[in-house]
Design a protein around this ligand. Structure first.
Ligand code: NDP
Length: 288
């Protein structure tokens, strides 16, 4: 048996078409299209690529996109000023500051300057807190939400299953663990101090690798038939590598997301979905 490869690019394309249809229906109802504002500070090439992809995907879906590009030597105050500009602009529905920020900038202060009503990335503590409380916030962090969509749309059973998430970052591991708990999985979160990681991972019906160590998850970590979600993306000699050693895992797993073409495209699609949700909440409700 060989794993079913989950085609994240195809799923993301379907979702982007659904979003474009929703934006078109807003326009047909006389509502202004959603508007996303992004701050990209500095000249990190990976960040520039991610932001370019977000902009292109937004515009193709009919979402307006405004990009602010302060220089790499900007101060925290400079970035806070730009955040205030976007948050105070009534025409902007959702906003985000691309991470990582240059070292001299206080990332925590900048993230706190994104108001919850415009939190396109879903990183605002109120939204994360709602998730931890078992509620469904209007927006959720894109990568974890994308993983959940891939599981659901691939027919992977979630309720009652054992899920293991390797990685506990605020942008991936922690919110994904909460989403899985809220979907009735029994969840274990692992990290660099976890003892006998392979044995813990082998208990998983759903195994998520969000580590940033290319090829670390080999067949030894995988229960036969498990769904393996590879979030990792590390650029090595110009090639994007995941955390999963596909050659050894594919014959063992039941489902597997590839890198590239798995979780990555879903992150962008979920950002667009968040932007539309924020815009919807700021427009008058349709008349029944
Ligand atoms: P972080 O560096 O913030 O977190 C990595 C996590 O992995 C930490 O919790 C760390 O543990 C854990 N870890 C590190 N080494 C080991 C180990 N040997 N054994 C077990 N756990 C370990 O990374 P992110 O969460 O931001 O990103 C993770 C990966 O996902 C990266 O490759 C990133 O590029 C990718 N990514 C991909 C996205 C996409 O759209 N596809 C979006 C976001 C991220 P500890 O907490 O103890 O340090």
């Amino acid at each position: 048996m060989s794993a079913t490869i989950i085609d994240g690019s195809a799923v993301a394309k379907t979702i982007r078409a659904e979003i474009a249809a929703e934006v078109a229906s807003m326009a047909a109802g006389g509502l202004a299209p959603p508007h996303l504002g992004v701050v990209l500070c500095g000249d990190d090439p990976a960040s520039a690529t991610y932001v370019r992809n977000k902009g292109r995907a937004a515009e193709r879906a009919g979402i307006r996109f405004t990009l602010l590009t302060p220089s790499a030597d900007s101060s925290t105050a400079d970035i806070l000023d730009l955040c205030a500009r976007l948050s105070g602009d009534p025409d902007i529905d959702g906003m985000l500051v691309q991470l990582p920020l240059p070292r001299q900038i206080d990332t925590g202060a900048v993230l706190e300057a994104v108001p919850v009503a415009k939190d396109a990335d879903g990183f605002h503590p109120l939204n994360l807190g709602r998730l931890a409380a078992g509620a469904a916030p209007p927006v959720l962090p894109g990568t974890p939400l994308g993983c959940m969509e891939l599981l659901r749309r691939s027919g992977v059973p979630i309720a009652g299953s054992r899920a293991v998430v390797v990685g506990r970052s605020v942008i991936v591991g922690r919110p994904l663990a909460l989403l899985l708990v809220n979907a009735d999985a029994t969840v274990t979160v692992c990290h660099s101090k976890t003892r006998d990681l392979a044995a813990v991972c082998r208990e998983a019906d759903i195994l998520v690798a969000a580590i940033g160590r290319p090829g670390m998850i080999t067949a030894e970590y995988v229960k036969p038939g498990a769904a393996v979600i590879d979030v990792g993306t590390t650029l090595v000699d110009g090639r994007l590598l995941g955390d999963v050693d596909r050659a050894s895992v594919e014959p063992v797993a039941g489902w597997l997301t590839p890198v590239p073409g798995g979780v990555g495209p879903m992150t962008v699609a979920m950002l667009l979905r968040n932007t539309v949700a924020l815009a919807r909440s700021r427009r008058p409700a349709p008349i029944p």
